[in-house]
Design a protein around this ligand. Structure first.
Ligand code: SF4
Length: 405
């Protein structure tokens, strides 16, 4: 794989937006309030780690910085980021990002850096997390208005709520269809569509996704699989798998990919790079840039905008910052059983503390229900690509010889 090509392709959306004269605000954390940024007349674009980014200024970061934030920082120091009107960083998610924000502000004082603090958990005995995040969103909105001279416009907010709701419902349908029949759409294509929207959340991109979703709905209907898809989608939205209807039609392994800030397209590329294997073995991912953001409940347009945005963000499924360990492991167990999963690939971003805390619990939860797991350390540069491919291949072979296409 040519890294240069991947860098160009991956940052194309962001560059195109800037070239087209959009006022772009880059965001780092997948659970950023996109509706709020759009309501202020800014176009939010996900700034993510990319392969092919040369290191150079890593010594500025603390030793605990993960490979993901090192990559982001190097993009800035290597001038690989286009001009952004501002950047939104999260606070209270992990030490690496907290540190990155501080260093970024210090090293690049002319960059406009906003910070949104997330509450530790939504599972408190009161509404304190929700009240806290609502206030944080109001403060962010005021700061954007004062510093960038961009007021919050009701009309922009309404358009944004509808745009992002449509994107979520369409991609939720695509995710659910793949669980019923992983051949219906390649995982790489689904990951590409999701990435494209988070990089360029424009109506034209949502409309391409909608057309694909409609075509797949028609195909599933004609094959009599609509009810199954809807049962899966409802189960994932409500986190209740009691009514899921799935029948397995072939002997291929059904794998889920678990992790945090891992790029779904990178995973698809690794799996498709293994000889004799395609990404149709991936039934589902539980990644922050995939499932966890796609299945975040859409904002309700009827209530107070800040409260509704806070509720939506706090409804993101499966994030360790928001849901307790027991709840997440029970969800994993129920999902593995309902979707007839054979194996779990646990991806860990190199030097990511949250991923490394999480992995042993996932192994234990899978072990209890007799599902195999493999742990794969990964960095954005895919510097150990061959070893990752070999480990996944051996894992697949250990599950069932001759069953993987
Ligand atoms: S990969 Fe892990 S340590 Fe790095 S920014 Fe994400 S959560 Fe933080």
């Amino acid at each position: 794989m040519s890294n240069e090509g991947v860098v160009e392709q991956s940052s194309a959306g962001l560059r195109e937006l800037v070239k087209a004269g959009e006022e772009v605000i880059g965001y780092i954390y997948p659970h950023a309030p996109l509706e709020l940024m759009l309501a202020h007349g800014l176009t939010p674009s996900l700034v993510r780690a990319l392969p092919g980014v040369a290191s150079g200024f890593e010594e500025s970061l603390q030793t605990f910085a993960c490979s993901y934030v090192r990559n982001l920082y190097n993009q800035r120091t290597n001038n690989q980021l286009p001009y952004l009107r501002a950047l939104l960083f999260p606070s209270n998610t992990c030490d690496s990002l907290q540190n990155l924000t501080d260093i970024w502000r210090f090293r690049f004082p002319s960059d406009r850096v906003f910070r949104l603090s997330y509450p530790v958990s939504r599972y408190t005995n009161d509404d304190s997390g929700f009240i806290f995040l609502t206030q944080e969103l109001k403060l962010l909105s005021k700061a954007i208005e004062n510093i960038l001279d961009r007021p919050f416009l009701e009309s922009g907010y309404e358009r944004a709520v509808s745009l992002i709701r449509d994107f979520r419902l369409d991609t939720q349908y695509l995710y659910s269809s793949r669980i019923v029949d992983p051949e219906v759409l390649s995982y790489a294509e689904l990951a590409r569509l999701v990435r494209q929207f988070y990089s360029t959340p424009l109506p034209v991109v949502a409309s391409e996704i909608h057309d694909i979703s409609v075509a797949i709905q028609e195909s599933m209907e004609s094959r009599g699989l609509s009810d199954s898809v809807l049962s899966v989608m409802t189960a994932l939205q409500n986190r209740d798998f009691s009514s899921v209807k799935i029948s397995r039609n072939d002997a291929k392994p059904r794998i889920i990919i678990i992790g945090g800030m891992i790029d779904p397209q990178a995973i698809a590329s690794i799996i498709n790079g293994i000889q004799g294997v395609t990404d149709s073995i991936i039934t589902l991912d539980l990644l922050s840039f995939g499932f966890k953001s796609v299945f975040t409940p859409p904002v309700n347009e009827k209530g107070d905008p800040y409260e509704e945005m806070a509720k939506s963000i706090l409804g993101a499924p499966g994030e360790p910052t928001q849901e307790g360990l027991t709840y997440r492991m029970n969800f994993l167990r129920d999902l593995v059983r309902a979707f007839d999963i054979d194996g779990i690939v646990i991806c860990e971003q190199s030097f990511c503390d949250p991923d490394q805390f999480e992995a042993p619990s996932m192994e234990k939860a899978a072990d209890k229900i007799g599902v195999r797991t493999v742990r794969i350390p990964i960095d954005p540069e895919l510097s150990d690509r061959s070893r990752m491919e070999v480990r996944i291949q051996s894992f697949l072979e250990s599950m069932s010889e001759n069953e993987v296409m």
